[in-house]
Design a protein around this ligand. Structure first.
Ligand code: NAD
Length: 335
């Protein structure tokens, strides 16, 4: 198949692109390289393989180019978005435009042309739901002041889900699948916009303090990108269109425990520093105390769930960072 992947140079995208390429598909990446980088593909593919992949360096809001790219393909994975705390709170109107208008545009084009589409929502759509684990049929609500910047990301994704579902209602043959990822990580993930794994490893290897927000007792589930991609591809292979799935790991860890493990494994002299994130993000931050997925529906449908342990993810990040570091920030500037 000829498959278009928007955001194909990002954390999830580069892993997905590599797998689809290796499975023999004709892969086209559509990415403005705002965050993603061509070098991210090198983690998964040889130089000769990368040369065979077409990369369109354009913005998804560029209607002419995205329309043409979609018209040329058999299927679309839409991953491009503005995400990461810093990115979201520093350019909120741009984020809302990219995440909502961009997704609506792509969904309209795919439905009009009868092209199957996978869109990425987010675990953030569960807002402040404090259930032990959240499931697809749970109510979606942000549960906080909607005038605080970080909620706008959740709202953009809820709007995407609503739009996709409205198209499904109006178009009984349309093929759209909605995915809610839970903290999907790979060592190439950028620290710049605030993701915690790269932020902690980078700080540990540079001897800087690991900034933990609040008391560090917030609990998260992390998901290894190749596991995520394996589940995603099975959902598509099984033609589970017109449905919504959580994809996430089955373990959880507090952020303070994570910081301590990173310091220990890297042998760093760094210290943990507890801080109020509102000082960093100009009052636009929201904390989710507990975010763990229920993945029963995923398992019921494809027979597997992501299984890489948090400890293995920590070890993989450590190997990657240990190889990159040479006592200067320069070598880590991309990560
Ligand atoms: N990684 C996670 O934990 C996670 C969690 C929840 C939801 N998601 C969703 O999954 C998708 C992929 O996430 P990721 O972690 O790979 O993100 P990422 O930031 O690593 O990758 C996103 C890619 O999209 C590109 N991009 C951004 N804006 C664009 C635009 N306007 N036009 C074209 N390209 C653009 C970036 O350059 C980047 O390569 C996103 O929709 C995100 O909201 C991810």
């Amino acid at each position: 198949m000829k498959i278009l992947i928007t955001g194909g140079l990002g954390t999830i995208g580069s892993c997905l692109v590599a797998k689809l390429y290796k499975d023999g598909h004709d892969v086209i990446i559509y990415d403005n390289m705002e965050i993603g980088n061509k070098n991210n593909l090198e983690v998964y593919l040889e130089e000769e393989q990368i040369k065979k992949i077409k990369i369109i360096r354009k913005d998804i809001l560029d209607k002419e180019h995205i329309s043409f790219a979609i018209s040329e393909c058999d299927m679309v994975y839409h991953l491009a978005a503005t995400l990461g705390t810093l990115n979201v709170v520093s350019q909120p109107s741009r984020m809302l435009n990219v995440n909502s208008m961009g997704t609506h545009l792509i969904a309209d084009l795919c439905v009009a042309k009868g092209i199957p589409l996978v869109i990425m929502s987010s675990s953030m759509v569960y807002g402040k739901n404090d259930k032990k684990s959240v499931t697809e049929s749970d109510d979606l609500f942000v549960g906080g002041n909607v005038n605080v910047g970080l909620w706008w990301y959740a709202i953009s994704k809820i709007a995407d889900e609503a739009y996709a579902n409205s198209l499904l209602l109006e178009n009984p043959d349309a093929k759209i699948m909605i995915i809610r990822p839970f903290n999907v990580i790979a060592p190439i993930q950028s620290h710049i916009v605030g993701f915690v794994f790269p932020r902690f490893f980078r700080a540990a290897y540079l001897g800087e303090s690991l900034k933990v927000y609040g008391d560090g007792n917030q609990r998260r589930t992390f998901t290894w990108a190749p596991d995520f991609v394996q589940c995603l591809l099975l959902l598509v292979e099984k033609n589970l269109w017109r449905r919504t799935f959580n994809i996430g790991g089955t373990e959880s860890i507090t952020i303070l425990e994570l910081a301590e493990k990173v310091i220990e494994i890297s042998g760093s002299s760094s210290q943990v520093s507890l801080m109020d994130p509102q000082d960093l993000f100009n009052g636009q931050f929201v904390e989710i105390p507990h975010r763990v997925p229920n993945v029963d529906y995923l398992k019921e449908n494809i027979g597997i769930v992501p299984t890489t342990t948090t400890q293995t993810m920590i070890e993989n990040f450590n190997s990657f960072y240990r190889n990159k570091i040479s006592k200067s920030d320069f070598d880590l500037s991309r990560y």
